[in-house]
Design a protein around this ligand. Structure first.
Ligand SMILES: NC(=O)C1=CN([C@@H]2O[C@H](COP(=O)(O)OP(=O)(O)OC[C@H]3O[C@@H](n4cnc5c(N)ncnc54)[C@H](OP(=O)(O)O)[C@@H]3O)[C@@H](O)[C@H]2O)C=CC1
Ligand SMILES: CC(C)(CO)C(=O)C(=O)O
Length: 342
């Protein structure tokens, strides 16, 4: 009988615990690598994984393998990297010292360049790009809730094939793509809401229910879409609506939005963006890897991206103790001023 594949989650947080937890709960051998604080918490509680469609799975504490050093990845056949983008370089360096040569690594992170960076750090290993479209809320006490729609996506590669049944069995089938860059740009387009959500200090559902915040997101997205058009990049279609229509829909009045975009509002009422979670925890955010990519793309075209640049600087200000609870109207005024060059 073929030996059971060993899966390692590197960066056990919201995404790592949820994806790894569902794999463990459905029979996979999963090794989690994360911080001592979570190791202590989970050694008392185990993991509970729930989703918006009613799934409710558990991994008892006694069956949970949680380590706090990279050595635990040494016998992994598949490593799922789920650290925040700023921690990718260090994660790659740590994994390089321990991974066996045939290990397959998948980056399940937001942003454009994490897999590329891991590839540089892990020469000779197969490093693939993944994408997590849905929100995971860390409810505390070992409970992680998947609160919005979407399927995991990953780069098509023969080395990934042997792991596909495990993801399907876990209820997280991987949708495979030959080209991931259009998928990553499309996800980044959606992630432009992260900064607005973090600045609003509101749950996603409440924030997206208010037109002024949605207009802020739409402004940031329109800026990116214009730059992608010039670059000849067509973002993938991740939502029922094609990417270019999303900002148009976001701009409609609330009553119409509720009617036309009910699916977009099917989010757990407590769910927040990962950027809000970073600000809440006093950590540096991923804003440079999201809105910052829009600014970089603009500069590469000899242009500016004033809306995304202003969102970046407002998030940086909060990282340093600045104003956090922006009302939708105030944020919209601020972004309009930025767009007008003020
Ligand atoms: N949360 C969500 O709903 C979604 C998140 N994403 C993306 O997924 C990625 C992961 O996000 P998320 O799960 O929210 O992040 P979290 O911050 O919840 O989890 C990452 C964990 O990894 C730990 N970590 C970082 N470096 C190391 C290391 N070298 N060794 C061990 N542990 C380490 C972090 O600890 P510490 O903080 O102490 O560094 C943290 O506990 C991000 O790119 C995010 O944008 C995508 C879709 C949705
Ligand atoms: C799923 C989504 C878009 C919003 O939660 C996200 O990627 C994040 O929070 O970083």
């Amino acid at each position: 009988m073929a030996e059971q594949a060993k899966i390692c989650v590197f960066g056990a947080g919201s995404i790592g615990c949820y994806v790894g937890g569902r794999l463990a709960a459905t029979g996979c051998a999963v090794q989690f690598i994360g911080r001592p604080r979570l190791a202590r918490e989970l050694s008392a509680t185990g993991l509970r994984l729930t989703d918006w469609e009613g799934a409710d799975l558990r991994v008892p504490a006694a069956e949970l393998h949680f380590a706090t050093t990279p050595q635990a990845a040494a016998d992994a056949d598949l490593v799922l990297v789920a650290v925040k983008s700023a921690a990718t370089d260090e994660a790659g360096a740590e994994l390089a010292t321990v991974l066996k040569p045939g290990a397959v690594v998948v980056s399940f992170q937001n942003g454009l360049h994490n897999a590329e960076l891991l590839r540089q750090r892990l020469p000779g290993r197969t490093v693939l790009t993944g994408m997590v479209p849905f929100n995971v809320l860390n409810r505390g006490g070992g409970a992680f809730h998947h609160g919005s729609e979407g399927r995991l996506e990953a780069e098509e590669h023969p080395a990934l094939e042997r792991f596909l049944p495990a993801f399907a069995k876990a209820g997280l089938p991987l949708e495979l793509h030959a080209q991931m860059l259009p998928v990553l740009w499309a996800k980044l387009l959606l992630n432009l809401n992260n900064a607005v959500n973090a600045l609003s200090d509101l749950p996603l559902k409440e924030e997206l229910s208010q037109r002024a915040y949605r207009r802020c997101v739409a402004m940031a997205q329109e800026e990116l879409l214009g730059l992608l058009d010039t670059a000849g990049v067509t973002p993938a279609k991740l939502t029922p609506l094609p990417p270019h229509w999303i900002p148009k829909l976001l701009g409609v009045p609330d009553f119409l939005f509720r009617r036309l975009a009910s699916q977009m509002l099917e989010i757990d009422p407590l769910a927040r963006s990962s950027m809000w979670e970073d600000l809440q925890a006093g950590r540096k955010t991923e804003v440079d890897f999201l809105n910052g990519e829009v600014v970089k793309l603009a500069h590469a075209q000899g242009r500016q991206a004033p809306v995304n640049a202003r969102l970046m600087s407002l998030v940086h200000q909060v990282e340093h103790g600045g104003q956090r609870q922006w009302s939708g109207e105030a944020l919209l005024r601020e972004l309009r001023r930025a767009r007008a060059g003020e």
